[in-house]
Design a protein around this ligand. Structure first.
Ligand code: FAD
Length: 426
């Protein structure tokens, strides 16, 4: 099956993330031409992004070249370009490198950080949605330490060394835990002139517990782990306002924290593309799809992964969680369904097979719920590491991650404590 065979139907896939990659892998060598567009030339393994931000891993450990994935697929081509517009009538997309026609379109653009319309928070908070974000955060953390060294005013030092993470989902919990470990192990050795006790990490969560998608026992244990590491966990608390100039972060409890670093991990929303009919937009800025991931009312346009809002799955009437497993399962099934449609066979509806969830707080401290088994502590931590190593794309990435983890474990350090591209606050 040759990409240049114009007699084959043409599928355009927007996004080479968890969903898009699974879709194209399953279409390898099949009677369909596929063009994948992504604004980056790599697949980003987002679950380990907080480790890049905290200096435990380099970006190349979690990013994998899309061309390497596609290289061996005779019917698939990749274009590094941003898709800027979709014309659902003319079956055409506009991109940063020109316009392209399609017979079928699959939108797999994922999600973006949701600041819930607060432009001040959006402007001044750090986020963790892309590799450049992670590198910015890594630089910012180290720059704050460098800044604190040259500050003599106690109040200013407090503000510089207060790190506030907003959102107690897996990303917030893992980032807060990583910061607490930096305080414990990196600050005393690299910045011995600083009083490590002056660094404080806060985790602000609006709900009554962290890791709300997990069981009560895992949530409680994760909070205990965080507090053992010295993180101040503020539950039932939301952010009201942040004045970046004065460093004042006003909380719903009335408390004001002084900080130069607010890390926002309190929500995501779908990453839509202009041109789609307005009536297909559903909750969370996601596209409403039917049980086959077909966008409502559009015969040849599909959405999969974080951007898709499916309410037909009985166990998930409010849509599926925005996680990698849903994206991968939908990608795989859509490949089969497109091939079935081309062959005139019936399509199979999607139902989510929940394989579980997990989060790590720090060394020997994790919570894991898989296949109905609930683990906390050391075993969960080992399980978390094993599963993440298995989920990484490519043998090289696994080796890099494994050796970095071993180094970090035995040295109690975060190997990549370097500011290669200084972060300039807005
Ligand atoms: C910090 C973090 C930690 C996470 N941890 C976990 C975890 O532990 N377990 C878990 O299951 N899930 C986790 N997730 C969620 C998981 O990463 C997402 O659910 C998953 O990536 C969704 O896959 P996707 O294919 O829909 O989108 P993505 O994987 O985000 O891929 C979208 C792709 O589309 C591209 N794109 C977007 N817009 C355009 C455009 N206009 N033109 C061209 N290209 C475009 C992007 O560059 C990207 O490559 C985490 C997410 C984050 C941010």
């Amino acid at each position: 099956m040759d990409y240049h065979n114009k007699n084959l139907p043409h599928l355009i896939v927007i996004g080479g993330g968890f969903a898009g990659v699974e879709l194209i892998k399953k279409l390898k060598g099949k009677p369909i031409r596929v063009t994948v567009f992504d604004k980056n030339n790599y697949f980003n393994f987002q679950p380990l992004m907080y480790q890049v931000a905290s200096g435990g891993l380099g970006p190349d450990a979690i990013a994998y070249p899309l061309r390497k994935i596609i290289g061996s697929m005779p019917n698939v081509a990749f274009r590094m370009a941003e898709v800027t517009q979709i014309d659902t009538v003319a079956n055409k997309i506009e991109t940063s490198i020109g316009a392209f026609d399609f017979d079928y379109l699959c939108i797999a653009t994922g999600a973006q950080t949701n600041f819930f319309g607060n432009t001040e928070l959006e402007k001044h908070c750090m986020q963790l949605k892309s590799i450049p974000d992670a590198l910015d955060l890594r630089s910012d953390i180290l720059q704050e330490f460098e800044k604190a060294l040259n500050e003599s005013n106690g109040n200013s030092i407090e503000r510089i060394l207060n790190f506030v993470v907003v959102g107690g989902g897996p990303t917030g919990v893992e980032t807060a835990g990583a910061l607490a470990e930096i305080k414990k192990h990196v600050l005393p050795s690299d910045y011995s002139e600083l009083d490590a006790n002056k660094m404080q990490v806060y985790l602000v969560e609006a709900a009554p517990r962290v890791l709300a998608a997990m069981s009560e026992i895992s949530s409680t244990k994760a909070k205990d782990f965080l507090e053992e590491l010295g993180v101040h966990v503020l539950l039932n608390t939301s952010v009201k306002e942040y004045q970046a100039q004065t460093g004042e972060l006003l909380l719903s409890s009335g408390q004001t924290l002084q900080t130069d670093t607010v890390i926002w991990s309190a929500g995501v929303k779908g990453k839509t593309i202009p041109g789609m009919p307005e009536n297909v937009l559903a909750r969370g800025n996601r596209y409403q799809v039917d049980a086959y991931n077909r966008i409502e009312g559009l015969k040849n346009i599909f959405a999969i992964g974080d951007i898709a809002y499916m309410s037909t799955d009985k166990a998930y009437p409010n849509g599926h969680p925005m996680v990698g497993t849903v994206a991968q399962q939908q990608g795989k099934l859509l490949a089969k369904n497109i091939l079935n449609e081309l062959a005139g066979k019936p399509l199979k509806p999607y139902t989510y097979l929940n394989l579980g969830s997990m989060a790590t707080v720090g060394r020997h401290k994790a919570v894991l719920e898989v296949f109905g088994i609930k683990l906390q502590g050391y075993l969960a931590w080992l399980g978390w590491m094993f599963l993440h190593l298995m989920l990484l794309v490519g043998f090289r990435s696994r080796i890099i991650v494994f050796t970095n983890w071993m180094w970090n474990y035995f040295s109690y350090q975060r190997a990549i404590r370097i500011i290669t591209r200084p972060f300039i606050p807005k």
